[in-house]
Write a protein that binds this ligand. Sequence first.
Ligand code: SAM
Length: 218
Amino acid sequence: MAHKLVDSYREKGARKKLVQLLQERGIADENVLKAIGKVPRHYFFDETFWKQAYKDIAFPIGDGQTISQPYTVAYQTELLHIKIGDKVLEIGTGSGYQTCILVELGAQVYTIERQENLYNRTKQVLPHIGYQAEFFFGDGSKGIAKHAPYDKIIVTAGAPLVPEILLKQLKIGGILVIPVGDEESQKMITVLRVSENDFERFVLDTFRFVPLVGEKAW
Ligand code: SAM
């Protein structure tokens, strides 16, 4: 995708409206809303589709994958309670939009994608539009043990269960956010690591993600 980095009053205005809409839909965290208001979501779209960029919808990004709906990105991000300097593992880089939101919040992001085309594309696009992260290619259902532990882990694809291996890669006090269910629908689950062996789970709203595909996912 060739990006002419044009972020005019038109896109900025559309972004402001999107932020208002997300607020109306229940997103309350000011920092998350600010981040959504800053990241030019239209840079993730082909210019032909720029008008779609600030609607609250998911959109195809090629290779059968989607850029998540802004509401979903905001919802998952809010649950992570990002603090500046948090080390975050993101499983399912996709377009990299969620990655940029995390970076905007001051996180140090390790992001992994299993589709080589997407990995290559996003790894180039993000620095080009001003966002730095650590990019990995491979099966993220196993996490990335080499760089563990993480303050936060976010899974942006639907899993049938919470992979145990991810829980082991959380710091004590760390949070995992993952949609869990079948291919039709998933419940958003957060897991807080309270101590070495104790975890608290919270089951939240229903979503529909593309499936997490991987060794530890099924
Ligand atoms: N967060 C992304 C964004 O903002 O555009 C959207 C991610 S998309 C809904 C889910 C992504 O997870 C897809 O790109 C898919 O290829 C990837 N994925 C699925 N299973 C995976 C796995 N085991 N490891 C890494 N990535 C995976």
